[in-house]
Design a protein around this ligand. Structure first.
Ligand code: FAD
Length: 289
């Protein structure tokens, strides 16, 4: 199933994001998570890929296992800063052997690429998108930033660059985290005004604590609305209280997005199932909303 085709049906599309675990114990935990979340019938799961360019086979291999052993449709994230064209072609050939047709084309973060590992073949995700589309076998998605990408001088400049990604052949977009739905809807308006008419899956994640909130604000430059900040501060140190507060906040956000016309939801799971299951339950009963 190609994600772009699935989005064209007009039915809401639900997806979960995983990252490749590093230890045997964490791998077992992830497989357990994947089994539990499979019960919610997601349209796809996605697997992140390290910007560093080190060990891309971990993403490829995990995608293969999730598809062939778990029966899940998979989107492989692929970053390009630390890869040559030839390496990208090799990774793509690995994905094809695993029957993976969906790829999220990404640039990656330069600060995560070791000195000397930066390659010159790709500078931006739109260039990777062009190559993947040219390859012919892939359905390609891209990343977008409702509050603009941190490096971009302005929301307008970021949208103009995003148009290049859309023109290169991205079929849909998945957003960076955001905690105020107005950012998402205003972003859609800006994108439409620039002639970008792709489905945009909102990326959501319940915050799990004060430190995580600070990281997101500092590293990703995302805004934490005052009621969310107050709740995180109020429940810091109380695991159950924090979980309930964050899940309720994300559930209300999800509800507002779906009601407002979002084509579905992409949940950042951090390889855990509990929050995603609770959000689904809040949205509509225990099964898929
Ligand atoms: P691009 O689309 O290339 O944009 C990067 C910056 O360059 C933007 O500021 C843009 O405005 C600007 N730009 C674009 N084109 C041009 C141009 N021609 N000239 C000048 N400026 C330009 N990171 C990982 O390492 N692994 C992952 O698996 C991963 N998954 C992600 C999934 C999602 C849904 C999201 C939102 C992000 C993910 N990231 C991941 C993070 C991502 O790699 C970083 O945010 C990175 O800094 C930008 O990647 P991009 O693909 O959006 O880049």
């Amino acid at each position: 199933m190609k994600v772009t085709e699935r989005l064209k049906t007009g039915e809401k599309v639900y997806s979960f994001e995983f990252y490749p675990p590093k230890t045997a114990e964490d791998t077992a935990k992830l497989f357990n998570t994947a089994l539990e979340l499979k019960a919610l019938s997601p349209d796809f799961v996605s697997v992140t890929n390290s910007s560093s360019g080190v060990m891309p086979y971990r993403t490829v291999a995990l995608c293969g296992v999730l598809k062939s052993q778990f029966g899940l449709e998979v989107v492989a994230h692929l970053t390009c800063l630390a890869h040559t064209r030839a390496e990208i072609a090799e990774i793509c050939s690995g994905l094809k052997k695993m029957d993976i047709v969906n790829v999220l084309a990404l640039r990656g973060d330069p600060q995560n690429v070791a000195a000397g590992a930066l390659r010159r073949d790709y500078s931006y995700a739109s260039q990777l998108t062009t190559d993947l589309v040219k390859d012919g076998g892939f359905d390609v998605g891209g990343a977008c930033y409702p509050e603009k990408h941190p490096e971009s001088p302005s929301p307008e400049a970021d949208i103009a660059r995003l148009k290049e990604k859309a023109d290169a052949g991205a079929g849909y977009l998945i957003t960076q985290l955001f905690f105020d739905n107005d950012f998402y809807f205003r972003f859609l308006d800006r994108a439409a005004a620039a002639g970008i008419n792709l489905p945009v899956l909102p990326g959501l994640m319940p915050l799990t604590g004060y430190r995580q909130m600070q990281n997101f604000t500092q590293m990703m430059k995302v805004t934490i609305p005052e009621p969310l900040r107050a709740g995180i501060e109020r429940w810091e140190g109380d695991k159950d209280g924090m979980f309930k507060f964050s899940v309720d906040y994300a559930s209300r956000q999800a509800e507002g997005l779906l009601k407002g016309g979002a084509p579905g939801l992409h949940l950042y799971t951090l390889n855990r199932s509990r929050a995603a299951m609770a959000i689904f339950k809040n949205l509509k009963g225990a099964a898929r909303p």
